[in-house]
Design a protein around this ligand. Structure first.
Ligand code: SAH
Length: 396
C-alpha cells in the first residue's frame, strides 16, 4: 500500500479527525497509487493516522476512510460502515418508520463521497469521490444487505464528480426499475419521487421537519411558497388547513410533479392551491406593485453560493429575496427563510436577514432557528457537513 506523508505544519486537521486532506497538507506520496486507491496516512515523524482514499485530481487530495491504523479497508469495512449508518437512523425514534429517509450522509457517517437515500423499497445512491467510486460494488452490496431494499438506482451525476476526474454514471445497479412510480408518505402527505430525473436523489429529505412545522403554522393563513420544487411545503400547508397556498418555481417539470403530487392526495383541498411558473426574484417585486400580501412566506432557494468564494454575490441575492419577502408579509406574519449554501454560515445568514428586515422597514424577531432533519447529521469534526440553515422570523 502506498503512503502519504503529511506536511509537519499541516498535520493538525488530521489530529482533529477532519476527514479531508487538502493538497497542501500532503507533503508527498511514497509509492504508486491510482485514483481511489487506499493509502496509509503518516505524519512527518512516521506515525500512522489511518487510511484514506487517494484523489490526485482533486484539491481534496485524500479523504480519510478510517483513523484506526489497524483497520483494513475492504468489503467487510463497507459492510460495517453501511450497517452502522442504517442502525444510527433506527436508533432515533423520530426517524423510525419514515418511508423517505437519508441512510448515509457522506463524511458525517464515516463514508466520504457516499450519499444514500431510501424511498420505500427503492434506494438511490450517489457516489461523488474516487474512493467511493472504487468501492461501488462493496457499497451497493452492503446497502442491499443492510436494508433489504428491492432495488438501487445510482445517481452519480453531481457536478462534484468532475472535480474528482470522474464521469457521470446513472442507472439501476440492483434490481429493476419499479413497475409503479416511487412514492413516500411524509407527515401524512403522499409524494411521488422521480429518482431518475428529479433534483439530487429525487427529493429534499432534509426539509422534512420544516415542512411539518409549516403545516402546524398554516391553519387559517394565506401562504406563499417560493422555490416550491415538487410542492413538499405546499402540500403540508394545505394539510394544515391554510386558506390559500400560492407556490412558485421557475421549473415547469417541477410544477408538473407538484400538481401530480397534489392529485395523489385526494383529501387535500386542491381548490386552495395555485401554482405559478415564474422567477421568484422578479415575481416578488410584481406582487408588491400589485399590493399583494401573505401571512406566511417560505423562501427555500437553491444553493446560491457553492463555496465561500461566491459568498458575497450570494449574500446580495439572499438579501434581495428576503427584503422582498418582508415587504409582502402581513403584520405578525411569519417568514420561513433558508440557505443551503455551504459558503454562508448561520451568523452571516442571520445578518443578511436582519439587513433585509431593516431595509424593508420591518421590526422583526427570530422565533425559531431551523436546521436539517436528524437523518442529515453533522459530524462534530466536520462542520462542512452543515448545509441547511433556516430562520423563522416574525415581523410586526
Ligand atoms: N422547498 C423545496 C426544495 C427547493 S429546491 C422542497 O421542500 O422540496 C429549489 C427550487 O428552486 C428548485 O425547484 C428550482 O427549480 C427552483 N428555482 C431555482 N431558481 C429559481 C428562481 N430564480 N425562481 C424560481 N424558482 C427557482
Amino acid at each position: 500500500m502506498a503512503q502519504i506523508i503529511l506536511h509537519p505544519d499541516k498535520e493538525r486537521s488530521a489530529f482533529k479527525r477532519h476527514p479531508w486532506l487538502f493538497a497542501d497538507t500532503v507533503a508527498h506520496l511514497k509509492g504508486r497509487a491510482n485514483p481511489g486507491d487506499t493509502v496509509e496516512v503518516l505524519t512527518d515523524d512516521g506515525r500512522s493516522m489511518g487510511k484514506a482514499a487517494w484523489s490526485p485530481k482533486s484539491q481534496i487530495r485524500a479523504r480519510m476512510w478510517t483513523f484506526d491504523p489497524d483497520e483494513t479497508v475492504d468489503d467487510a469495512f463497507f459492510k460495517r460502515r453501511v450497517a452502522l449508518a442504517v442502525a444510527r437512523r433506527e436508533a432515533l425514534p423520530e426517524l423510525r418508520g419514515q418511508q423517505g429517509l437519508r441512510l448515509i450522509h457522506a463524511e458525517s457517517d464515516g463514508l466520504p463521497g457516499v450519499i444514500a437515500d431510501r424511498y420505500g423499497d427503492t434506494v438511490v445512491v450517489q457516489l461523488t469521490s474516487t474512493g467511493a467510486e472504487k468501492w461501488r460494488k462493496a457499497i451497493v452490496g452492503a446497502l442491499v444487505k443492510a436494508t433489504g431494499c428491492a432495488r438501487i438506482y445510482e445517481r452519480s451525476d453531481s457536478d462534484v464528480r468532475g472535480m474528482e476526474g470522474l464521469e457521470r454514471v446513472t442507472g439501476w445497479v440492483h434490481g429493476e426499475a419499479p413497475a409503479e412510480p416511487v412514492t413516500i408518505l411524509e407527515n401524512g402527505v403522499r409524494l411521488g419521487i422521480d429518482v431518475e430525473g428529479g433534483h439530487k436523489t429525487g427529493f429534499y429529505l432534509d426539509q422534512r421537519d420544516n415542512r411539518r412545522l409549516l403545516g402546524e403554522l398554516s391553519a387559517g393563513k394565506t401562504v406563499l411558497n417560493c422555490f416550491c420544487y415538487t410542492g413538499g411545503f405546499s402540500l403540508q400547508a394545505l394539510a394544515g388547513r391554510a386558506i390559500e397556498v400560492l407556490s412558485i418555481d421557475s421549473s415547469g417539470p417541477a410544477l408538473d410533479r407538484a400538481r401530480a403530487n397534489l392529485a395523489l392526495n385526494p383529501d387535500l383541498p386542491a381548490g386552495r392551491a395555485e401554482w405559478l411558473e415564474a422567477d421568484v426574484f422578479e415575481i416578488l417585486r410584481e406582487f408588491r406593485k400589485a399590493g399583494r400580501s401573505f401571512d406566511l412566506i417560505v423562501l427555500d432557494p437553491p444553493k446560491l453560493a457553492a463555496s465561500a468564494a461566491h459568498a458575497e454575490r450570494a449574500a446580495r441575492a439572499y438579501k434581495d429575496i428576503n427584503l422582498h419577502g418582508f415587504r409582502l408579509l402581513n403584520p405578525s406574519g411569519l417568514l420561513m427563510t433558508y440557505s443551503c449554501s455551504g459558503g454562508i454560515g448561520l451568523d452571516l445568514f442571520q445578518k443578511i436577514v436582519a439587513g433585509a428586515a431593516l431595509a424593508a422597514g420591518r421590526d422583526a424577531r427570530i422565533v425559531r432557528r431551523l436546521a436539517g432533519a436528524a437523518d442529515h447529521p453533522i459530524g462534530l469534526a466536520f462542520p462542512e457537513g452543515e448545509y441547511l440553515k433556516g430562520l423563522l422570523v416574525q415581523a410586526d
